[in-house]
Write a protein that binds this ligand. Structure first.
Ligand SMILES: Nc1nc2c(ncn2[C@@H]2O[C@H](COP(=O)(O)OP(=O)(O)O)[C@@H](O)[C@H]2O)c(=O)[nH]1
Ligand SMILES: [Mg+2]
Length: 246
């Protein structure tokens, strides 16, 4: 029998010894599948399952974060032309083929090369989506802590504040935390906590896998507020996986 390298052994240990909650959350996230893309709100299918939206300035690390969380290389492919694909991409999640949540990946904002009229149009689409989407359960704002919250992030915070006050889940993910020292990380966390107005804040590094399990468990708990459901019954599987609202 060959002896595995210390690095391989460390990875195996992490997988095997990960808390059961993290394993459940990561297994669930891995089921993410592309559903559809909508250039405007009226093309978004009305859905009844909880939806979690991912927003952030372009280049904040949003695609990398979604790919890391779902353990898929190209689910939300890191766009080569940031800010150009102005559509909402939906992904379904759920074990045993039964969709129990949807992720909505909103295009990054703030990309300088986008014409002003397009920027304004897109901000309007995004604000309308965040305010009116009925099954929206939570919002994840990606922010590169080296730049902090920009004016556009703050506009977005204002737009969602009333919904957060009414109980909408909200998480600020401080991305690329591997680029911060420990004290910079602590400082970025406390500043973001003040700005998040009751929402959660986590440091996250796709490179160092920091915060991955924590964010995974939070998202899982948002989508499953009643905790672990009983295994899907045959009746539940017969239903259409994504039940449109009447
Ligand atoms: N060091 C480091 N770089 C990252 C991390 N996540 C993303 N990046 C880099 O940041 C840049 C923007 O990432 P991307 O996911 O495309 O951002 P998006 O425009 O928000 O989707 C890319 O060059 C990524 O490689 C991370 O955790 N650590
Ligand atoms: Mg991207």
């Amino acid at each position: 029998m060959t002896t595995s390298s210390p690095a391989v052994k460390a990875s195996v240990d992490t997988l095997v010894n990960a808390p059961v909650e993290a394993r459940i959350a990561n297994g669930w996230l891995h089921t993410a599948k592309f559903l559809t893309t909508a250039p405007q709100l009226q093309f978004l299918p009305p859905l009844s399952v909880p939806e979690i939206a991912f927003v952030g300035r372009s280049n904040a690390g949003k695609s990398t974060c979604i790919n890391t969380l779902t353990q898929q290389k190209r689910l939300a492919f890191a766009s080569k032309t940031p800010g150009r694909t102005q559509s909402i991409n939906l992904f379904t999640l759920g074990k045993q083929g039964v969709t129990d949540a949807v992720f909505a990946d909103l295009p990054g904002y703030g990309y300088a090369a986008v014409p002003k009229a397009d920027k304004l149009r897109w901000q309007q689409v995004m604000a309308n989506y965040l305010v009116t989407r009925e099954n929206l359960r939570g919002i994840v704002l990606m922010c590169d802590p080296r730049h902090g919250m920009t004016e556009l992030d703050e506009i977005l915070l204002e737009v969602i504040r009333p919904r957060v006050e009414q109980g909408m889940k909200f998480l600020v993910v401080l991305t690329k935390s591997d680029k911060l020292t420990r004290s910079e990380g602590t400082k970025a966390l406390s500043i973001a906590k003040l700005q998040a107005g009751g929402g959660e804040v986590r440091l996250f590094s796709a490179l160092k896998k920091q915060g991955v399990d924590e964010v995974a468990q939070l998202l899982w708990s948002w989508a499953h507020p009643d905790g672990l459901a009983t295994p899907a019954s045959p009746a539940a599987e017969e239903k259409s996986p994504v039940t449109p609202v009447e």
